[in-house]
Design a protein around this ligand. Structure first.
Ligand code: AMP
Length: 511
């Protein structure tokens, strides 16, 4: 087993290993090797004639306040573990070798890099994609093996390989777990005894989801609730996200199906842990579930978009984040943004009796109601059914819609703190419609925004679920916030129509 630190030397050895048509596999790692990494090496050995393992703690994928400096490093121990596994070469370059002075070029993953882990670790996947791209250029593997453990990473790498026509096959290996079910991870070393027990909840939550799926539950919200149910307030594990998504774009699905994946991330003190479970038939092996992911319908892929220019990207970012308006001359400031649509569509704003608060067409900003008033999509179809209106003009005669998430509105899940921040705009939005008698809150974020930020009550996602448990809606008659002279306000809370059709038509509840 050769130990290599220089890029030219690694290239020369790769050329030699691939000579005579031999297949070369790469297993990229950050070291501190454990059974999970070793399982990847064994799989690589089955898929190729020669295996190279890279060990590099990649500074570019760590945020400024993350654990780069304390990340465990023990090269000697790593080498001794690999010696038994028929590894031809270990490539362990220095930081200087990979990122010499003047380094400037990065791989920018698309939308899948900005959600879930990407929302909590901005720039993380840019760092991952860049270093993996470099490793592919240096080692020139025929196949590279990645762990299902970092599911979103595998999505981003597969996308990069396809988009940039890289001549490498991506293979995935199942998650290796401790006896307790906890996914083996280098970061488990940071956990105290108490945190280690709580860390077991991640796998338990995934097991609950899997069982519910096996029993026939297909509704993503129900599956997600199942996952969160174990994390009661006071548990040392705090959930960052718990979602069921398609395995190609990691977007929400209408119905869970084989190959969809339940993803969870939680914080235990300063340590973040991630885990996932691919959904599929009860008797499917871990490898069969991975197959279901790899063959998941191509239809989950969006139609190819023209690569956006930097200016276009900036424009979209600003449009989707109305608060960015403050730093941009491209678009109007937040208040005026809604005002523009009010002027356009509501010649008599006092005729609006109901303000609908919700995340406007969460999947695609191009479908936003006021930008595309004659549009047809799932959100609009269900919104109109919910309100009992026939189309846009019927809607605009009595209703107005305001996006509850003016910032980060494309990020799923919503970035932490975004809803409190965006809720500042709601009272101003309400002021624009002096005839308001009803507020319709679409989904848990709008609920938290209105009750938490506008009425300053203590709320949680749990209270949202409980409020709706009986009818799929909840009604609350309140004194008009901030106006003793105005008639009371009726607040109707519903599921977000793009996420669930469980709220029936609420037309009879409107005043
Ligand atoms: P890391 O060293 O954390 O960058 O991980 C290197 C590779 O090992 C990645 O492809 C991981 O997904 C994979 N890996 C990490 N933990 C596990 C595990 N418990 N089971 C299987 N693969 C894993």
């Amino acid at each position: 087993m050769q130990q290599i630190t220089s890029i030219p030397q690694m290239r020369a050895i790769a050329r030699e290993l691939r000579s005579g048509g031999k297949r070369l596999a790469l297993v990229p790692t950050m070291g501190a090797l454990h059974e999970g990494h070793l399982s990847l090496v064994r799989k690589a050995r089955l898929l190729a004639d020669a295996v190279v393992v890279s060990i590099f703690v990649n500074p570019m994928q760590f945020g400024p306040h993350e654990d780069f400096s304390r990340y465990p490093r023990d090269l000697e121990r790593d080498l001794s573990q690999l010696r038994h596994l028929d590894v031809k070469a270990v490539f362990a370059p220095s930081r200087q070798e990979m990122y010499p002075a003047g380094f400037a070029t990065c791989i920018e993953p698309g939308a899948a890099g900005e959600i879930l882990e990407g929302a909590f670790r901005p720039g993380h996947f840019r760092g991952v994609a860049t270093v993996v791209f470099k490793l592919f250029q240096i080692v020139t593997p025929d196949v590279a093996v990645f762990g299902q453990k970092d599911f979103q990473q595998t999505v981003i790498i597969r996308r990069m390989v396809e988009d940039l026509n890289l001549p490498v096959r991506i293979a995935l290996a199942p998650i290796v777990r401790e006896e307790t079910g906890l996914a083996v991870s280098s970061r488990n070393a940071y956990l105290s005894a108490e945190q280690r027990v709580a860390a077991g909840l991640l796998h338990q939550a995934l097991t609950l989801v899997q069982n519910a799926y096996w029993k026939g539950e297909r509704h993503p919200e129900a599956l997600e609730r199942e996952m969160r149910s174990l994390f009661q307030p006071g548990t040392p594990a705090v959930v960052d996200y718990a979602v069921v998504a398609d395995p190609v774009r990691l977007q929400s699905v209408e119905q869970a199906q084989p190959g969809c994946v339940a993803l969870i991330a939680a914080r235990l003190g300063t340590t973040r842990l991630i885990d996932n479970q691919i959904l599929g038939p009860r008797h499917a092996s871990a490898d069969q579930l991975i197959e279901a992911v790899l063959s998941f319908a191509k239809s989950a892929e969006p139609p190819a978009a023209e690569p956006a220019s930097a200016a276009e990207k900036q424009r979209l970012k600003v449009e989707n984040c109305r608060d960015c308006a403050a730093i941009s001359s491209i678009i109007l400031p937040p208040r005026e943004y809604l005002a523009r649509f009010v002027q356009e569509f509501y010649p008599q704003p006092q005729q609006v009796t109901t303000l609908v608060v919700g995340r406007d067409a969460p999947w695609n900003a191009r479908h936003y109601l006021y930008r595309n008033p004659q549009g047809h999509d799932l959100f609009l179809a269900r919104l109109y059914t919910l309100l009992g209106v026939t189309g846009f003009s019927d809607f605009a005669a009595r209703f107005a819609l305001t996006d509850a998430l003016r910032c980060h509105s494309l990020a799923t899940p919503v970035a932490p703190g975004a809803w409190q921040h965006c809720a500042r705009h709601l009272p101003g939005d309400m002021e624009m419609f002096l005839g308001l008698r009803n507020i319709v809150l679409l989904g848990d974020v709008a609920y938290q925004q209105f009750y938490g930020a506008v009425l300053a009550r203590a709320v949680s996602e749990r209270t949202f679920g409980e409020a709706l448990a009986e009818n799929g809606w909840a009604v609350d008659d309140l004194p008009y916030p901030g106006h003793t002279a105005r008639s009371p306000l009726r607040v109707i809370t519903c599921y977000h129509p793009a996420l669930s059709s469980r709220t029936p038509c609420i037309a009879h509840l409107l005043k």
